[in-house]
Design a protein around this ligand. Structure first.
Ligand SMILES: Nc1nc2c([nH]c(=O)n2[C@H]2C[C@H](O)[C@@H](COP(=O)(O)OP(=O)(O)OP(=O)(O)O)O2)c(=O)[nH]1
Length: 302
């Protein structure tokens, strides 16, 4: 897709680490076209979300399958008279194929953090590597509002059975690479069909069960913040204890109770919009500390 002159160029990438403590290394790529060493990244395809773009570009350039963690600072620079913004995340390797050199990237390096912070070609890349020390290791909990459903006024049967429409099905498909980018392994939903159907394509790809929780229906959840909070507290505890990223799909009137239970500032979500709450396992041992170390919002764009 060619953007109009004057519009911002966007791209997304990752600071991928392996090892712990002083042994931590960062993945860096060499690009023959610019003779530079930089962090893997690239531009989104049409309708692709930036987190999904970051994970795809990493896979294309390095052969590594990564799971995104907390967001880092975006890079901003000028390219051919246009502003360019590159969003970056911390990322862990979950699988990998052997590196294959290409015209775009002919070398993959794993450099110790201190080396990368000095030797990467661009100041912002060096800054991001320095940022690793400040941004804790986190596990994502994704809160999704269900995809576009049929209008209440045109549906005469039970509201729980009201289905998503064609636009909603497209949104649910586009959620697949977005949920995959955060490595979601556990799915929780209101039992309403419109919520279950929103997670269904991802569940099918990953062979995951969608756990249906009655406390999250619109009818029960709207009037029972304490019931919702109990579900969320249990879920968040499990996410950090098992270090297992999760996603929850629910209804507009219930989501404020979900966010309140997580201590995430409330904001209305549109259909298929989501909030990623990055939970810090370190907070588990400190009762007064919030689990939340970072929050981001994304919406698929059919
Ligand atoms: N990778 C990278 N390149 C930068 C930065 N700052 C900066 O001026 N550049 C320069 C290097 C190149 O001369 C020029 C274009 O490189 P680029 O990586 O932004 O653009 P690209 O279209 O080749 O690559 P991509 O976004 O598709 O991955 O911008 C930076 O922070 N990171």
């Amino acid at each position: 897709m060619i953007a109009a002159a004057g519009t911002m160029i966007t791209a997304a990438g990752a600071v991928i680490t392996r090892g712990t403590g002083p042994e931590t290394e960062v993945a860096v790529v060499h690009r023959p076209r610019y003779a530079d060493w930089s962090l893997p990244k690239g531009k989104p395809r049409p309708a692709e979300s930036l987190p999904a773009c970051a994970v795809r570009e990493v896979a294309e350039e390095t052969g590594l399958t990564v799971r995104l963690g907390a967001p880092l600072d975006s890079a901003r620079y000028q390219l051919d008279g246009r502003d360019k913004r590159v969003d970056y995340w911390r990322a862990d390797v979950v699988a990998g194929e052997p590196f294959r050199p290409s015209d775009e990237v002919d070398e993959l390096g794993w450099w110790p953090v201190a080396d990368a912070a000095l030797r990467l070609s661009y100041p912002h890349d060096r800054f991001l590597v320095g940022q690793l020390a400040e941004v804790p290791d986190t596990v994502p909990l994704v809160i999704v509002r269900h995809a576009k459903a049929m209008d209440r006024s045109t549906w005469t049967k039970s509201d729980l059975a009201r289905p998503i429409v064609a636009l909603g099905r497209r949104q649910a498909q586009l959620l697949v690479p977005l949920l995959r980018a955060y490595g979601v392994e556990r799915l929780i939903s209101s039992p309403a069909i419109r919520c279950v159907s929103t997670l269904q394509p991802y569940a099918a790809e990953r062979h995951l069960e969608i756990i249906q929780v009655p406390e999250l229906t619109e009818e029960r959840g709207s009037d029972d913040p304490a019931g919702v909070a109990a579900v969320i507290t249990e879920l968040a505890g499990r996410v950090v204890e098992r270090r297992m990223p999760a996603a929850l799909c629910g209804h507009r009137p219930v989501l404020p109770h979900v966010l309140a239970a997580l201590d995430v500032p409330e904001r209305p979500l549109r259909t298929a919009e989501l909030i990623v709450a990055h939970l810090s396992p370190a907070a588990k041992d400190e009762p007064d500390r919030s689990y939340i170390s970072a929050v981001e919002t994304h919406r698929v764009n059919p």
